[in-house]
Ligand binder design. Structure first.
Ligand code: TRP
Ligand code: SF4
Length: 400
């Protein structure tokens, strides 16, 4: 019913690194050629955990946008914007908050996980609890049906689906829909009507899809229902007759195979990153001094690539013949570790060359970045205002 649309956001937390590139940005660059895409700086989201250090947001936001552009995100294909410049997100968040059960938010797995992980910080805040709902507003306001995220964010997309469904259920129907639907339920006969009600409750309250399927089967079998009643009973199950907000699907991004310099996941908090726009000298130095198989003390000791973070880099960057050369040479002590690192250094530098080039244009002329974002914000506001008009009307807030 609505056209395909991709939306994703990223918190402005600092310089992006190769982990972001291989894990997220390369996927965005691919998607921008396949769908209309919206990518945004989730600066309000950053505040949910860094509300006590606001000074960092602005610089991080601009640097992050330059990183996106450096990676090949193309503003002529995708819409790039900043969340806080589109206040409609906040309005939808507020309206959705009126109908969001607290239990749904408390059950989102990232809520407790993050609180435990960041236990030095007071995250028993209203904003932190509500952050998945803010994310839902981000998505629903563009009627985006595809949301590229990592595995950890999938529950948030599920949550957004439930919110959309609940909204449509509450606000998306003919004036006397419920009354008519209840009449139609009675026509199923006492036994079937009771089962129908039970299944409907299970689906709507617990999101139990098996219950929904069973209820569909029940309706298929039911005889002597008018077309209108049948329609109503199907609609009543899912809670809506009119789809105002679109239920999004997660586009699962494969877990990045990009390791950090020490073989753990590449992450700023492990201090094992190569940033997207790191200087060639620094890249070379970092890889040269990378740990290798600890058992390989001397050049004459054979090594085991499986115990070496450099091998992980070869898996990302090297072709088959280079990989064979490493396997063979390492296990037989035929090559030295510095030698083994050369192709990796070359590959990273080669990957970064066009990134440096693209970034330079924007560093030389920051107004270019400002203009890209201004255009993107304008487009985003236009789209989000359209949804908000429908939302206000559905709730009955469109009076003059
Ligand atoms: N919550 C996401 C993160 O922390 C960022 C985000 C905010 C997002 N709003 C979004 C991602 C909407 C996808 C869609 O990584
Ligand atoms: Fe690692 Fe390569 Fe040295 Fe083997 S030769 S230990 S794979 S750096």
């Amino acid at each position: 019913m609505y056209a395909e649309r991709v939306l994703s956001g990223m918190r402005p937390t600092g310089r992006l690194h190769l982990g972001h590139y291989h894990g997220v940005l390369r996927n965005w660059v691919k998607l921008q050629n396949e769908y209309p895409c919206l990518f945004f700086v989730a600066d309000w989201h950053a505040l949910t955990t860094t509300y006590d250090e606001p000074g960092t947001i602005e610089e991080n936001a601009w640097e992050m946008v330059i990183d996106w552009l450096a990676a090949g995100v193309d503003p002529s294909l995708a819409t790039l914007f900043i969340q806080s410049r589109v206040p409609e997100h906040a309005e939808l968040h507020l309206l959705l908050s009126m109908m969001t059960p607290l239990g749904w938010l408390e059950r989102v797995p990232t809520y407790k996980d993050q609180q435990e992980k960041l236990e030095h910080k007071d995250l028993s805040t209203y904003g932190f609890l509500g952050y998945p709902l803010l994310q839902s507003a981000d998505i629903l306001i563009y009627r985006a049906n595809r949301v590229p995220v990592g595995e950890d964010q999938v529950p948030h997309i599920e949550f957004s689906r439930e919110i959309a469904r609940r909204f449509n259920h509450l606000y998306g129907r003919e004036a006397d829909f419920e009354e008519k639907a209840r009449e139609a339920v009675k026509k199923l006969g006492a036994k079937r009507a009771k089962l129908y009600e039970q299944l409907r409750t299970r689906f709507q309250q617990e999101g139990d899809h098996q219950a929904l399927e069973r209820a569909h089967a029940l309706l298929e079998e039911a005889q002597n229902l008018s077309m209108g009643d049948r329609e109503r009973l199907f609609g009543f199950l899912e809670g809506s007759s009119k789809m105002i907000l679109v239920e999004p699907d997660a586009l699962l991004t494969e877990a990045a195979k990009m390791p950090g310099l020490d073989g753990q996941k590449m992450s700023k908090s492990y201090n094992n990153t190569i940033s997207l726009r790191e200087s060639a000298d620094s890249v070379t130095k970092k890889i040269r001094t990378m740990q290798t198989d600890p058992a390989r003390v001397r050049r004459t000791d054979p090594g085991d690539p499986d115990k070496c973070p450099v091998w992980q880099f070869h898996l990302v960057y090297s072709d088959e013949s280079t990989k064979q050369w490493v396997q063979q040479g390492c296990r037989s002590a035929g090559i030295g570790c510095i030698e083994c690192k050369h192709p990796v250094i070359d590959a990273v530098l080669k990957e970064q060359e066009p990134m440096h080039e693209r970034a330079q244009t924007y560093i030389d002329d920051p107004t270019l970045v400002r203009n890209i974002i201004a255009d993107g914000c304008e487009r985003a506001r236009k789209l989000s205002s359209e949804t908000m008009r429908d939302v206000r009307e559905a709730i009955g807030l469109n009076y003059a």
